[in-house]
Structure formats: C-alpha cells, structure tokens
Design a protein around this ligand. Structure first.
Ligand SMILES: [Zn+2]
Length: 182
C-alpha cells in the first residue's frame, strides 16, 4: 500500500513524477487508473506531458469514479471539491494505492482546502517539486505567480484562471515571488 502526494508550482514536472510513480504497477498487472479534473481544458482525453502519454478519466468529482482499480493516480488535485477527501480516505481504508499531484499553493501562496485536508490523512511521503524560476532562471522556484498585462496579480481573481493568453502562469523562486500577504 502506498499513499504519496506530489506538490509543486506550475511547470515543476508534477504530472511526470506522478506517471513515473504509478506506471510501474502496470507491469505488475495491477489495475491502474489515471484521473484528471474535467475543469482542465488544456488536454483532451489523453494526458501528455514531457513526451509521456497516458489515458486519463476526466471527472468533476472523485465520487464519479465507477471503475475498479488497485492503483489510482490523480492529477491536479487542487481543482477537485474539498469533500472529495472523504472518497480518498475510503480508498485508503480499502488498501488502494493512491498517488496524487497538484499545486500545493495558489497564486496567493494559499493552500487549497482539499490539499490541507489530504495532508491530514497522513501520506507516506510528500514530494515537493521545484521549477526553474521564470524571472532569474534559477532552478529553485516553489511558488506560482499569475501575470496580467505584465503585472503580478496579488488578488481579486479566482485561484485558477483560463490559460488563454490573458493570464500567464509563472514559476518563481522565493526572491522573485511577489507576495500579497502572509
Ligand atoms: Zn527567481
């Protein structure tokens, strides 16, 4: 049994890490299921990052999952409803292997409720990924900044905005990240 969380900012290779942790189970002939939120409009049906492709089920809530599985890999957990933590707990109690990735902090450096509640389920391991800072190019970015018209946005928009070019997501290091408040 394994319960692993992979957290990190945008562009930190979280999905790649998730797939690399889950994929070996397929060789063990375990039933593997990859899940993404339906709200994710970037990819259609197939989930492809860094040259890897796996087929993912898209759901609004983890409650909607009907397939049986031994191992589940959930991407973008921050986009699921907070109460989905109840479903995850049930899977853990049944002995399922659960791997989860997502943004641990929104652009205001606040932890989404579902992420806080998942940590209270006591994972075996929490992996904190880093990205290359989009400002200074140092490989130590741990925050996500949203840019609009060349300015850092510090509030007044939802945690997740469309990636349509109006808003830009950047990975930033501690020195380059502009924080609204602690
Ligand atoms: Zn930087």
């Amino acid at each position: 049994m394994a319960f692993v969380i992979i957290f990190g900012p945008m562009k930190s290779g979280k999905s790649l890490e998730l797939i690399s942790r889950v994929a070996p189970y397929e060789f063990a002939h375990d039933r593997v299921l990859y899940v993404q939120p339906i709200a994710n409009t970037r990819d259609e049906g197939v989930w492809s990052r860094g040259g890897l492709k796996v087929r993912a089920v898209k759901v609004e809530s983890l409650n909607d999952i009907t397939a049986t599985f031994d191992v589940i890999g959930i991407d973008e957990i921050n986009m699921f409803p907070p109460d989905d933590v109840v479903v995850i707990n049930k899977w853990l109690e049944k002995g399922k292997n659960v791997y989860i990735s997502g943004l641990d902090l929104d652009y205001k450096a606040e932890m989404p409720e579902i992420c806080r509640r998942i940590l209270s389920l006591k994972p075996d391991e929490v992996v904190f990924k880093k990205a290359v800072c989009d400002v200074c190019r140092i490989f130590d970015a741990r925050f996500t900044q949203i840019i609009h018209d060349g300015e850092e946005l510090l509030g007044g928009i939802p945690s997740i905005v469309p990636e349509d070019g109006t808003f830009e997501y950047q990975a930033r290091c501690r020195q380059c990240y502009k924080r609204a408040k602690i």
